[in-house]
Ligand binder design. Structure first.
Ligand SMILES: [Zn+2]
Length: 234
């Protein structure tokens, strides 16, 4: 009986390692996806700043051309002013000139605001440029590490599955079936007894069963959760 429980204990150790690895193998791809997303966001942020900058610079050039157009108009008005005959015409031209000057001032204000935005974006672009290569490398490195971890876990899992297949040959089929059944139901099929408590369900084991356990005469299960009980004398 002692060897039965020892066999089951070892089987449980194998199974628990298999479960841990399987769980981890499910987590890693999600972690890799998250890292890839973060890296993409970083690149995207840089590209967005870059395109915003280009767009603002184009806008600034456009506004400067608008100013040029108004200045040309003022120049023409100036020339016309020398040639006008009537007072009405003169006044009309002056109004037009004042309007053009006002427009220029407005556009100049707009250009100033654009220049401020450009300056801020340039600063941001510089800052991002300084970190982006390093950050990208960092992400690539982390992704590589996760992929390596996954590869080595997959190899270990295969090893364990082969080991398990070989190992269960030593266990009597009915015992193995019972083990599998409890494991399916409870997650683990074997629980250590601590004082008089089953550490699988944390309920107290009846004294009769407990004393049999201590004597180590037979393979016993917890009357509450059904797990095989492992008594370790201290
Ligand atoms: Zn129990």
């Amino acid at each position: 009986m002692d060897s039965d429980i020892q066999l089951l204990l070892h089987l449980q150790e194998i199974d628990q390692e298999i479960s841990r690895i399987e769980k981890r193998l499910k987590e890693i791809p999600e972690e890799i996806e998250r890292l890839k997303k973060e890296k993409e966001d970083l690149v995207f942020r840089f590209e967005k700043v870059h395109t915003d900058l280009k767009r603002l610079e184009a806008l600034k050039r456009e506004k400067e051309l608008d100013i040029q157009t108004y200045e040309d108009r003022i120049q023409k008005i100036q020339e016309s002013l020398d040639r006008v005959r009537t007072n009405e015409e003169y006044k009309a031209l002056l109004r037009e000139k004042a309007q053009a000057e006002e427009m220029i001032m407005e556009i100049e204000d707009e250009i100033l605001a654009i220049m401020e935005d450009i300056e801020n974006l340039k600063k941001e672009e510089e800052e991002l440029k300084a970190v982006i290569e390093k950050e990208k490398e960092k992400y690539d490195q982390l992704i590589r590490e996760k992929e390596e971890e996954m590869a080595s876990l997959k190899a270990r899992l295969e090893e364990l599955r082969a080991e398990r297949e070989e190992f269960i040959k030593q266990i009597r089929p009915p015992l193995l079936s019972k083990y599998e059944l409890i494991r399916k139901k409870r997650g683990t099929a074997l629980a250590v007894v601590d004082s008089d408590t089953c550490t699988g369900c944390f309920l107290i084991i009846p004294p009769k069963i407990y004393s049999s356990l201590v004597k180590g005469q037979q393979l016993l299960t917890c009357p509450h959760c059904g797990r095989f009980l492992l008594y370790q004398s201290k």
